[in-house]
Write a protein that binds this ligand. Structure first.
Ligand code: AMP
Ligand code: GLY
Length: 425
């Protein structure tokens, strides 16, 4: 099989890595890819925003299966375009990708079908939005409706912060058109977890639950990032809870999408809040999570190409999806200053040494400079390791991290702290 993976971060490196392990796969292309990915795939310099060029590439290279990493191409209709051209592609079409692309769409769907989530109201003008915020009081959550690269959410602990967020999103248009509508939500308390699932539009097969670490500093301090690390399985999602999430959230959502005429096929990512009232949806994503994918896929035993083809063909009930009874940990090594401003072009050392110690180093923000691998983004690497359970997985991941260095490197030293606290109890 000939595969094309779209994207160039840690998530896509993990996808390429898992796909490359399939005996069915003879060749992988990745657009645009990165230096880590280039060891497993031929990287092609096409931007993820250029759906037409990606479609032409898939035709030129006789691609049998295309896998989309980021949400942008999905909400722009890449699946519709490929399908119209007779090409197989894994992911939801444009109508179904609204589940991530529009918070109003996903909240309205959840309300209509009784899927547990925070109470909310939608506004298109700042005056009524602020009036509602004042009535509700803080803490309260303000969200831009559209895609804002994970930054369109303000969890406001005070009324002033909440009113300022409405101004920033609606009046200053900090997220452009994504903020033309805002969703204002009840603040939910609890522990967050990410549950990704494969679906063919009818059958839902959950993956192993994961937890990511959004804040930049240890102890969940400092600003939000794209994710500073992850681990799986997340013990907060007990077997009983997993069954509840499938029964009350994932299956009803996939059924609802079908009933609404938006058959959802691909990976459905549920961001969950596990609180006193049981699991509730924080958000849906129409794609694999990053960094969650970097810990979930290393635990997958089954052939990913077979699962993905079954999702596309509506035959997910005919494949077996098996998981290792082990744990995986991913520690993100970031550029100092991230998520604020940071420097690029720093030489990275110790990548081979980390792999010799048994870690898998997924590249997120790297490039090549005269043959050397250098930093080129905020999140630079995802150092991942598995172990028989969480403690050895953690040890293996941090042993990998210790081999690697670049000027200004920053990483969290407390990945999986919530799970460790549970074990210690
Ligand atoms: P989202 O982009 O919707 O996932 O939101 C980003 C982050 O904001 C989430 O991971 C949560 O930590 C937080 N968040 C979003 N909505 C809520 C809510 N209703 N209550 C509490 N925290 C929230
Ligand atoms: N880890 C959060 C996300 O992928 O959206």
């Amino acid at each position: 099989m000939r595969i094309l993976v779209i994207g160039g971060g840690g998530r896509e490196h993990a996808l390429v890595w898992k796909l490359a392990a399939s005996p069915r796969v003879s060749k992988i292309y990745c657009a645009p890819g990165n230096p880590g990915i280039s060891k497993l795939a031929e990287c092609v310099n096409i931007a993820v925003t250029d759906n037409e060029a990606l479609c032409q590439l898939a035709k030129d290279k006789n691609i049998d299966l295309t896998v989309v990493g980021p949400e942008g191409p999905l909400t722009e209709g890449i699946v519709d375009l490929f399908t119209a051209n007779g090409l197989k592609i894994f992911g939801p079409n444009k109508a179904a990708a609204q589940l991530e692309g529009s918070k109003t769409f996903s909240k309205d769907l959840m309300r209509k079908y009784g899927i547990p989530t925070a109470k909310y109201a939608v506004f298109t003008d700042a005056v009524s939005a602020k009036k509602y915020v004042k009535e509700q009081g803080a803490p309260i959550v303000i969200k831009a409706d559209g895609l804002a690269a994970g930054k369109g959410v303000v969890v406001a602990m005070s009324l002033d912060e909440a009113l300022a967020a409405v101004d920033m999103i609606m009046c200053d248009q900090a997220f452009g058109n994504a903020g033309a509508q805002v969703v204002i939500e009840e603040f939910m308390q609890g522990e967050e977890a990410s549950l990704l699932a494969f679906t063919d539009g009818v059958t839902v097969v959950p993956m192993v639950a994961a937890q990511d670490h959004k804040r930049v500093f240890d102890g969940d301090q400092g600003p939000n990032t794209g994710g500073m690390g992850a681990y799986a399985p997340a013990p907060v999602v007990t077997p009983d809870l997993l069954e509840q999430v499938v029964r009350k959230i994932l299956q009803p959502t996939v059924n609802a999408m079908r009933q609404e005429g938006c058959l959802y096929r691909g990976c459905l990512y549920a961001g969950l809040m596990i609180g006193a009232e049981g699991p509730k949806v924080v958000e849906f994503n129409a794609r694999f999570g990053d960094p969650e994918t970097q810990v979930v896929l290393p635990l997958l035993v089954s052939d990913l190409t077979e699962i993905m083809e079954a999702c596309i063909d509506g035959k997910l009930n005919q494949v077996s999806v098996e998981w290792k009874q082990e744990a995986a940990v991913c520690v993100v090594m970031a550029a100092g200053g991230y998520p604020g401003s940071y420097q690029k072009g720093k030489i990275i050392t110790g990548l081979d040494a980390a792999e010799e110690k048994g870690a898998v180093v997924f590249h997120a923000g790297t490039s090549l400079d005269s043959g050397a691998v250098v930093t080129s983004g905020g999140r630079v690497l995802g150092v991942t390791a598995i172990g028989s359970n969480l403690q050895p997985a953690l040890q293996n991941a941090y042993t990998g991290v210790e081999q690697i260095d670049f000027e200004g490197v920053h990483y969290r030293k407390d990945i999986a702290h919530r799970a460790v606290a549970r074990i210690d109890k």
